[in-house]
Design a binder for this molecule. Structure first.
Ligand SMILES: [Zn+2]
Length: 265
């Protein structure tokens, strides 16, 4: 298991983003699952990349690629979708997996510091550790490096390879490099073919991009002729109620997950 891989290069933008996450810590607590509001700051329970971390994190321990399990698994949702894609591509284009030597979730800090490793949030994988020991460079041949670059390029910055650390290299290690909620994460999940999280619930009085998206979808699905202005007014509500009643949904005029599912289908 790699031990101190992430210590080298949290970028200034990442630090700013983490600062932002701290700023909205109260709102984030429900997501982090830390319990009563204000009892524990959200940043205490996130790994280096901003994902929720916990000793008893709900991880998918059945996670495997071609029958090779990653002990302790990975975080479900976007991390599993993205890291599963990376692992399958790795097997298809870089090399077969060996066991033991592949790892996932592991609640621990980075190299003796206080920052939680991305393994602690189930958002990092190690591949074939005996072949690619931490601290060694050049453990892959040129075609393999090209294949790894192709995987990273496809992921458009959402995944970071330990071989790219400016400090101690960690060529076995791949991790999410964007925090939850980052649009690039959802975009990559959609690109891979997973299911991105539904847009927020909206109703009369709501404004913004989600309302525009709903108005556009309503016009496309039901020819309601709504002005796509991002303002959820009486006409939009009437269109939603009509759409819901025609699609077997509760006709309450509120666009929640089930209505979004039908609208975006
Ligand atoms: Zn690792």
């Amino acid at each position: 298991m790699c031990t101190d891989h992430e210590a080298t290069n949290p970028t200034s933008s990442l630090l700013r983003r983490r600062g932002f996450l701290r700023g909205v810590g109260i709102a984030g607590l429900g997501v982090v699952g830390v319990g009563a509001l204000g009892v524990q700051p959200a940043f205490a329970a996130t790994s280096q990349n901003g994902w929720p971390a916990a000793e008893n994190l709900a991880v998918n321990r059945d996670f495997n690629v071609g029958g090779v399990k990653f002990p302790q698994g990975v975080a479900p949702g976007a991390p599993e979708t993205i890291l599963g894609f990376v692992a399958r591509q790795y097997v298809d284009t870089v090399e077969a997996l060996i066991t033991p030597g592949c790892w996932g979730f592991n609640y621990r800090t980075i190299g003796g510091g206080t920052t939680l490793s991305n393994h602690a949030s189930g958002t990092a994988l190690d591949f074939n550790a005996p072949k690619h020991p931490q601290g060694s460079r050049g453990t892959f041949n040129a075609p393999q490096v090209s294949a790894i670059r192709a995987i990273l390029n496809y992921c458009e910055g959402v995944v970071r390879w330990g071989g790219d650390y400016s400090g101690t290299p960690d060529e076995m290690h791949f991790e999410l490099n964007k925090p939850p909620g980052d649009p690039a994460v959802d975009a990559l999940v959609a690109k891979i073919g997973g299911t991105p999280p539904p847009p927020p619930t909206i109703k009369e009085g709501s404004t913004g991009e989600a309302v525009k998206r709903a108005q556009t979808a309503l016009n496309a699905k039901g020819n309601y002729g709504l002005v796509v202005d991002g303002v959820f007014g009486a006409k939009t509500k009437a269109a939603v109620i009509d759409f819901q009643s025609k699609n077997g949904l509760t006709a309450d005029g509120i666009v929640g997950p089930k209505t979004w599912e039908k609208l975006l289908a």
